[in-house]
Design a protein around this ligand. Sequence first.
Ligand code: ZN
Length: 283
Amino acid sequence: MSSESQLRADIVEVGRRMYARGYTASNDGNISVRLGSDRLLMTPKSVCKGFMTPDMMCVTDLEGRKLQGERDPSSEMLMHLEVYRQRPDVQAVVHAHPPTATGFAVAGIPLDRAVLAEVLTTLGSIPIAAYATPSTQELPDAVRQYIKAHDGMLLANHGALTLGADLFAAYYKMETIEHFAHISRVARLLGGERLLSRQEVDRLQGLRGMYGIASPAPICPPGQDPAAALGNPADCQTILAPEDGGARLVADFTRGAVGKDGEIRLTYRELTSLIEAAVRELK
Ligand SMILES: [Zn+2]
């Protein structure tokens, strides 16, 4: 295990990278790591993550009581504590507002399509936790249902949260989410993603072990209706993949049209764009 001085230096470095890459502005974002079995090392509130020094960090216990440090711990500490409570395997938590991923979170569009092998093997699907007022108990309540099955998630109208077996693993997942969001946006501007097949999704899932990736949850079994899996993300992850040619429309349609209550919701514009996409695919 890394020494405390090394962990302090690593937090400074991750904060610097997040700020340099535009994942945070001003004093946004926060970072924490486990310090042994019963303490956490955490960024303080109201500092720019790009200009921190190792001595600024706070040491807290797992209940969030400050044990050491001149500054108060992050205003999002409750969300971090919830992650450590639910996931004994997690050693580090990173929260930021990377602009493209946060754009998806603001638009209410989860990154849950089977598109890139690297994302499927490392993160699987990236859901959106419901909107919650930052710094309140609402935020840990909103992310709780996703923590067990996901190492990364979007926070509605807010940002993104990633977890890892060490600090850099958690940070790299933040990079992956933002990179994936950027690629997804470009693909959508160019007419939409071509999804990987369910067979390929299963194959990639099987390869996770080979890459030494301990993914928190399996992707839903083949044949499971994506619409039926929506709203029940705790046990497994939901990935949208077409079963065969033409099924992309079905996946898009079920996702866009059927709410948790089974009610059909599809605007005329959405319907038109789905039909246009299907026609393009047939050409
Ligand atoms: Zn935030």
